[in-house]
Design a protein around this ligand. Structure first.
Ligand code: UDP
Length: 259
């Protein structure tokens, strides 16, 4: 295949120009970062699992009518997506206190919140993705009021749907991060769900044991990162039962065959 033009490289993904105008190819790396990239590492095979998990969740969300950038998975590490103009906000949805909320407000990790909280952080690595209020978003024009209404509505729908989906496989959706983008159609921009949904950007706890099955294993040096991601994929029905290493073996095998 001809060398594709790289459009962007982030911490866990690379974007390449897509085959048609208005499309991009999203490549999932094994790189992992935490604490605003002060901690760096690789989780071998993570990209393959996140590509599959995100495909599964975006497809399911698409089926219930949530508009997303996902078009189709291309191979083990790549998916075809619609090109959007990313809204520079990280949309954090919380059901249970954890992470920065617990630290900031002194609320014990694991406390069920009486209602779901949506928080917004400015996507700016140099500033450490600071928490911002609606007032800042309106004042600096990062998103319009109509767009913020659409984002909040979609975030709640995504939360309700995914909370149920994970509960059905014995997992508590503690919190997660979403990103949205503008899809331009002539002079009109529509907000759609973008980026990825995977254990990199979610807190997923086993319902029974409270075991962490997400990137906190990397952040907190708990070990067993890839096994946790595999556990999520397996419970979602994306890996054959009892063969946890299958996806990784398949990739190694393909590389050996030069494919
Ligand atoms: N999150 C993320 N990217 C970020 C910040 C947060 O994906 O840059 C996710 C994180 O994985 C967690 C949720 O958003 O599921 C809430 O994160 P929190 O604000 O507690 O931040 P952290 O404790 O990770 O600093």
């Amino acid at each position: 295949m001809a060398r594709r033009r790289q459009v962007y490289e982030g911490k866990a993904k690379i974007l390449y120009e897509g085959p048609e105008p208005g499309t991009l190819i999203q490549y999932f790396k094994d790189d992992a970062t935490a604490f605003n990239a002060q901690k760096k590492g690789t989780i071998s095979g993570k990209g393959v699992l996140n590509n599959r998990i995100s495909e599964h969740l975006f497809t399911a969300l698409g089926r219930i009518g949530v508009p997303t950038h996902f078009i189709r998975r291309l191979n083990m590490r790549e998916q075809l997506i619609r090109q959007v103009e990313i809204i520079p906000l990280e949309v954090i949805v919380r059901n249970v206190a954890a992470g920065s909320l617990s630290k900031r407000l002194g609320i014990e990790e694991g406390t069920q919140l009486p209602r779901t909280i949506i928080e917004y952080c400015l996507k700016d690595d140099a500033l450490g993705d600071p928490l911002v209020a609606d007032e800042h978003i309106a004042c600096f024009g990062w998103a319009s009021q109509d767009e913020m209404n659409d984002i909040a509505d979609m975030a709640i729908r995504v939360n309700d749907f995914l909370s149920g989906m994970f509960a059905a496989i014995g997992i508590r959706l503690v919190d997660f991060k979403l990103e949205f983008g503008r899809l331009w159609e002539n002079d009109y921009a529509r907000v759609i769900l973008a980026d990825e949904i995977s254990p990199d950007g979610c807190r997923l706890w086993d319902l029974q044991s409270n075991e962490k099955l997400d990137k906190d294993r990397f952040r907190l040096d708990l070990g067993g990162e890839i096994e946790a991601y595999q556990q999520i994929a397996r419970r979602l029905g994306l890996l054959p039962e009892g063969d946890a290493n299958m996806v990784l073996d398949m990739e190694t095998h393909r590389k050996k065959r030069g494919k």
